[in-house]
Design a protein around this ligand. Structure first.
Ligand code: TRP
Length: 326
């Protein structure tokens, strides 16, 4: 018996990186054992900030699905699909927009932040303001009980609960209030020691080659106070050490001692880290390659996922229309 139903999604803005893998996808994979899982690639959400150039959108959906499956999301056990294949999300978004207060959306901290951060792009649009309503529709269309997300998404989830409560109060109870399952705190920094982010160009893609992994690891920032190999190091400020903790926790303890006692140099430490990451990624790469060489299999995953998602979302929408007397 499953513990409940899960919905989560990522925007198709390009290939995923090791931060996505260790922070979110590894968690999604584990949750498949205990929950009925719906994992979407939310292409409509990608439009909210990237509506001008959509030339890569379809390809990016495929890249992200390949990254999901490569990470271990199993399309036989979980429903893997593209948001825009299930029009019920759009209908529910419209209906929920009727009961969503503008104040809730304008006060949303992520909205205010993004308006400032993405000041180069014009995102003073209706669609962008409604981002959390679309996200609520994603979750509520499946009446998901739990939503694995990063901490940055908590305000959106709070809004989804607010909208669900409002709907239930006005029209009768249709929706459970979805709870967050927090993804593991990301310990992986970008290769330059800053937050891992595509816009900084400091990521390592899941779909890297072994040589790309080696080059990226060799370029990682280590303890700046450690100039000679004989200087004791400070793993707590070292980017490389964070990767050891994520990919090989037992080995991390060993490395920590060696580093503090100046028994290993950064070059050797990095070389071994690259080996560890490559070992970890080898089965991931194999699963990805299977799909890269068989586009029909990927189409199949998307088709079957869409059909399964649609049937669940359609049942919810039938209840929603009934409740609202549409
Ligand atoms: N907003 C999420 C993000 O940027 C993506 C997302 C869209 C999502 N709809 C969702 C996540 C529903 C969880 C549930 O990461």
């Amino acid at each position: 018996m499953k513990k409940g139903r899960i919905f989560s999604g990522m925007r198709p803005t390009g290939r995923l990186h090791l931060g996505n893998l260790m922070g979110a996808l590894a968690n999604w994979v584990k949750l498949q054992d205990d929950y009925e899982c719906f994992y979407a690639v939310v292409d409509w959400h990608a439009l909210t900030t990237g509506y001008e150039d959509t030339s890569m959108l379809r390809q990016n959906v495929r890249e992200v699905v390949m990254d999901y499956v490569a990470a271990g999301v199993d399309p036989e056990r979980s429903t893997v699909f593209r948001q825009s294949d299930v029009k019920e999300h759009a209908e529910l978004h419209l209906l929920l927009s009727m009961i969503t207060s503008l104040g809730w959306l304008e006060r949303c901290p992520t909205y205010k932040e993004q308006l400032q951060q993405l000041s180069g792009r014009d995102i003073t649009t209706y669609g962008f303001l409604g981002y959390p309503v679309l996200m609520a529709a994603d979750i509520l269309a499946y009446r998901a009980s739990s939503v694995p997300v990063g901490e940055d998404q908590l305000p959106h989830l709070e809004l989804a609960r607010e909208i669900a409560r409002r709907f239930n109060y006005l029209y009768g109870t249709v929706f459970p209030e979805p709870q967050a399952i927090l993804n593991d705190v990301p310990v992986l920094l970008g290769t330059d020691g800053r937050k891992m982010s595509k816009s900084y160009g400091n990521t390592i893609q899941i779909a890297s080659t072994p040589q790309e992994v080696r080059t990226a690891v060799q370029s990682m920032i280590t303890d700046p106070a450690r100039i000679r190999k004989t200087d004791p190091g400070h793993p707590e400020v070292c980017t490389v050490f964070g990767y050891y903790k994520a990919f090989a926790p037992e080995l991390a303890a060993v490395r920590e001692n060696e580093c503090r006692n100046a028994e290993i140099g950064c070059v050797a430490c990095k070389r071994q880290l690259a080996d560890v990451i490559i070992d970890y990624l080898t089965p991931v790469w194999e699963r990805r390659r299977t799909l890269e060489t068989d586009p029909g299999a990927l189409d199949d995953i998307l088709d079957r996922g869409a059909a399964r998602a649609r049937s669940v979302a359609a049942a919810t929408l039938a209840e929603v229309r009934e409740a609202m007397k549409i």
